[in-house]
Design a protein around this ligand. Structure first.
Ligand SMILES: C[C@H](CNC(=O)c1ccc(S(N)(=O)=O)cc1)Cn1ccc2ccccc21
Ligand SMILES: [Zn+2]
Length: 258
């Protein structure tokens, strides 16, 4: 996880006391301790007309932003009462060969984790407003394991040189993240939070059980990004940008077979 010196997860609570709240993310998912809710339907993604706009280095991760002025790309069903609009996706990863996912499964980490961030545009008028509401956001989490090259991830890793420095951005059109999903969307769901400051407790988490496979070479390209801006002389490689699992504090984890 992020270096605990001064800026990392262990000190976030000083500026963001909600870091020690009752619905913080990520968590360790213990499959045999999840309750199975038969009334919970499948999650449905309508990304056919999604419009990617740009790729950027946020200083926390690499982020691909989408046009979210209408319901052209939404997630619905599962634990969600409304359709939620796709706003952006980003990744979390570790250092060479080490772990990097945020959620863990029975104490086991994956090499990386993809987050597809959506917001409730039925109840709220802006992403920022939704980001502070307890049913404002829905994040779909996908685990990445290492193995063969992922044919579509290359479209992202080949663009990373354009966003090496914190604060940089470049056009990134025509990318549909549906190509990054596993075939089965069997998922776990629970009420949680953003995993980076401001750590708002506004996320309905939907964590997909089956990982996708990417190569160590592709993950290595994520680690060529920098936490630091072009103007800074100190160059810090972007790695270990994951928060460790937080306390469940009595929350129920629900699972759904597809
Ligand atoms: C909270 C927001 C910044 N944070 C996030 O958007 C965010 C999203 C997902 C995660 S995770 N790792 O949990 O999936 C973490 C942080 C700031 N912000 C406030 C208004 C606003 C408007 C546009 C863009 C950003 C905006
Ligand atoms: Zn994330």
């Amino acid at each position: 996880m992020l270096a605990n010196v001064g800026t990392g997860p262990s000190v976030w609570h000083k500026n963001y006391p909600v870091a020690q709240g009752d619905r913080q993310s990520p968590i360790d998912i213990v499959p045999n301790q999840t309750s199975h809710d038969p009334s919970l339907g499948p999650v449905v993604l309508n990304y056919d007309h999604c419009t990617s706009i740009k790729i950027a280095n946020s200083g926390h991760s690499v982020v691909v932003d989408f046009e979210d002025s209408d319901d052209r790309s939404v997630i619905r069903g599962g634990p969600l009462d409304n359709p939620y609009r796709l706003k952006q996706f980003h990744f979390h990863w570790g250092v060479k060969g080490c772990h990097g996912s945020e959620h863990t499964v029975a104490g086991n980490s994956y090499a990386s984790e993809l987050h597809l961030v959506h917001w409730n545009a039925v109840k709220y008028t802006t992403f920022g407003e939704a980001a502070t509401a307890d049913d404002g956001l829905a994040v779909l989490g996908i685990f990445l394991q290492t193995g063969d090259d992922h044919r579509w991830l290359n479209m992202i890793t080949d663009a990373l040189y354009t966003v090496k420095f914190k604060g940089s951005a470049a056009d990134f059109k025509g990318f549909n993240p549906k190509c990054l999903l596993p075939s089965s969307l069997h998922y776990w769901t629970y009420l949680g939070s953003l995993t980076t400051p401001p750590l708002h407790e506004s996320v309905i988490w939907i964590v997909v059980k089956d990982p996708i496979t990417v190569s160590e070479k592709q993950l290595g390209k994520l680690r060529t990004l920098l936490f630091t801006g072009e103007e800074e002389d100190q160059r810090t490689r972007m790695e270990n940008n994951f928060r460790p699992p937080q306390l469940l504090k009595g929350r129920r984890l629900i699972s759904r077979r597809v």
